[in-house]
Design a protein. Structure first.
Length: 296
């Protein structure tokens, strides 16, 4: 048992790695092994667990495990979460203001997750797998865009990069339209660019914000200037959830939940019954990190 976990950044998102002395930004976001923005499974699980605990459900420990596990078998988590990987990122466009961008590599990573869930009987994974494979097949002609309206003199100009000879294929939008059945995507227009420029395009989409700390006299405190990196609003990531049977205690009574029951409880507590909102990462008090989650 399990499910596909889709995430959309409603506000800019900072799931950070701490201070970096060597980078061009002081506080960087987490990245995967290929240098693309990600949310590590430990950070994602922690955010979902914190959200679930606010509901005061005694079975929350069956789903997420206890804070201090020790050797007790009833303290082990009933769910396994995968790293959340980048699927779509907004890019500035010379035509149309902005457009969602992905790459063959990002689509393949999504397909790998989906293929691992299909044998578990996750029905939603089959539908998403079909449209993802079709999008990947279309992207073999990358660069390709879903609408002619984004082309300027035959070129796709996004994030100040002119990508020439971009092809148009309206079927590409079927992929984002399927995602929009689960997430509140503001648009479904999509461009697929080559993997060779993916890192450059993604880095240009990232939001860099400079922060200062002021003294009581409204002057900058010494050494209190720093920069923070954010995944931009409307970015879409994907993860996966696998459920297993779990033991836990409800008061003095020991409970044994089947894998199916763990999944149902996870959906209720962490995903708002299938679709909800959670805070992920830092800077919550200044409105950063509000994420829409959907369990498919």
């Amino acid at each position: 048992m399990g499910g596909v976990l889709l995430l959309q950044a409603v506000t800019p998102l900072h799931a950070g790695v701490g201070r970096s002395e060597a980078a061009h930004v002081d506080l960087l976001v987490q990245r995967d092994e290929f240098g693309l923005p990600a949310i590590w499974a430990s950070s994602l699980k922690g955010a979902l667990k914190s959200h679930a605990k606010m509901k005061k459900d005694p079975l929350v420990h069956c789903v997420f495990g206890r804070d201090a596990v020790g050797q007790a078998p009833e303290g082990i988590s009933g769910v396994t979460l995968f790293d959340a990987r980048l699927l779509l990122i907004p890019a500035r466009s010379l035509r149309g203001v902005w457009i969602y961008v992905t790459t063959p590599h990002m689509l393949r990573a999504f397909i790998v997750y989906l293929e691992s869930l299909v044998p578990l009987g996750v029905e939603g994974a089959k539908t998403l797998l079909d449209v993802a494979k079709k999008a990947l097949d279309i992207s073999r002609d990358a660069p390709v865009v879903s609408s002619q309206s984004y082309l300027w003199d035959g070129s796709l100009v996004i994030n100040e990069l002119a990508i020439k000879q971009a092809k148009v294929n309206g079927d590409l939008a079927k992929f984002t339209e399927q995602l929009a059945k689960h997430l509140s995507l503001p648009k479904t227009d999509l461009a697929v660019v080559g993997d060779d420029i993916a890192k450059t395009l993604v880095d240009r989409s990232m939001l860099i914000q400079y922060r200062v700390r002021l003294t009581e006299r409204k002057t900058v405190a010494e050494g209190a200037l720093w920069s923070e990196e954010y995944l931009p609003q409307f970015s879409v990531l994907h993860s996966a959830v696998v459920c297993r049977a779990a033991k836990c205690r409800e008061g003095n009574e020991e409970r044994q939940l089947k894998a199916e029951e763990v999944c149902v409880k996870f959906r209720e507590l962490a995903a708002g019954g299938g679709r909800g909102y959670v805070w992920v990462g830092g800077k919550e008090t200044i409105g950063r990190g509000l994420v829409e989650v959907a369990l498919v």
